[in-house]
Design a protein around this ligand. Structure first.
Ligand code: PMV
Length: 362
């Protein structure tokens, strides 16, 4: 593993401390091979890979001023002050101070909004942390002018985002993105995400993700606790090995346009993630009866029609239906006639593979 860090004690304003404003839009992502279990400072126990999403994103605008030593971070979510997030962001800023040494010379007013409804049970940590990391990297670039390619810029933003939320490391790039050291793959790293779009079959870059909201409640067990429980899960070592082999097989399948293998690996990954929760101690279960209703229908529909639609799950009961663009109209009709009844308030978020973050012009 590379030991690179971005710590830099020289990034201190020596003259007049500036003020300014910067904003980024950054997407969420959905993991195909799941990250579950971590060690050290946000280092994953196994590599993961995801589709970057398009419609589900966070927009974050950061205003910064010379510090007045009163309130370091003021945070608005959807125009409302959110004190819980203010505390979390201040704790995060403490951990990344060695990277951005100037961070305590400034006060921040951060305004964030998500395109997906707050009550949708969709984790906003990947989009939110990646948008914030990009804003900090832009402030650094503007005032310290460290030259580097765009690729270097996004790699650093991925490193910084990872320290806030592991899965956020994968939101800095478009298409298909991995994070974590993949056996025999020198382009992968535990420290930042890597875009894997080269040679991916176009079918996979056209993929849709229809997110069926089964339950919109906040999850009862946080991801942080879930990752921690992997330390004592009796199946953990075997699971980490399995993820290594699944990711290598999945990348090959995505290059070959092999949807059958893609379906086999991604559905197995989704169920394995939840199996890890059920086999932790304390054990817990995030799936709901309607989650199982939908998975049953996915199996049945695929068997009956041969249409390559499959599901994956995040750490919650909501179903992500995955399918290539060429079967979109059939799948859409089927969702409306058979699956909508299982969605909470008929809530379905239509998303697809996206191209990554965009700087806001403000
Ligand atoms: O990034 P975290 O710490 O919220 O963990 C997310 C883990 C999963 O979403 C369940 C899987 C993944 O790889 O995104």
């Amino acid at each position: 593993m590379s030991t690179t860090t971005y710590n830099n004690p020289d990034l201190i304003f020596s003259g007049k401390i500036p003020e300014g404003i910067v904003g980024w839009q950054s997407p969420s992502n959905i993991a195909l091979v799941k990250y579950w279990g971590k060690k050290g400072v946000q280092i994953p126990c196994n590599p993961s890979i995801s589709f970057t999403l398009n419609a589900s994103y966070t927009e974050t605008v950061v205003e910064y001023h010379p510090t007045a030593n009163k309130k370091w971070v003021t945070f608005y979510l959807d125009r409302k002050i959110n004190e819980g997030f203010e505390k979390k962001i201040e704790a995060y800023f403490e951990t990344i101070e060695p990277i951005f040494s100037f961070i305590k010379q400034l006060d921040f007013t951060i305004r964030s909004k998500n395109t997906f409804p707050h009550s949708a049970g969709i984790a906003s940590s990947a989009s939110g942390m990646s948008a914030l990391a990009l804003c900090l990297c832009s402030i650094e670039k503007e005032h310290f002018g460290i030259e580097g390619s765009d690729q270097d810029f996004f790699k650093k933003a991925s490193y910084v985002a990872r320290l806030g939320s592991g899965s956020a490391a994968r939101s800095l790039f478009g298409g298909v993105v991995s994070w974590g050291q993949i056996d025999g793959n020198h382009n992968s790293s535990d420290l930042w995400g890597t875009q894997q779009v080269k040679d991916i079959h176009p079918d996979f870059l056209s993929y849709h993700d229809s997110i069926i909201i089964v339950d919109a409640a906040q999850k009862k067990v946080s991801s942080r606790v879930g990752h921690g429980l992997m330390n004592s899960n009796p199946f953990a070592a075997k699971r980490f090995k399995q993820a290594q082999s699944n990711i290598i097989r999945l990348i090959k399948a995505m290059k070959d346009g092999d949807i059958e293998t893609f379906i086999n690996i991604t559905e197995s990954e989704a169920l394995t993630l939840h199996a890890m929760m059920m086999t932790s101690n304390p054990y817990y279960l995030l799936l709901k009866p309607n989650t199982l209703q939908i998975t049953e229908r996915v199996f049945e529909y695929r068997e009956r029609t041969g249409i390559p639609v499959s599901f994956t799950l995040d750490a919650g009961p909501n179903i992500h239906l995955l399918y290539p663009n060429r079967v979109r109209s059939e799948v859409k009709a089927w969702i409306d006639s058979e699956l909508k009844q299982f969605a909470f308030n008929e809530m379905i978020i239509e998303d697809e593979v996206g191209e990554g973050p965009v700087r806001l012009s403000i």
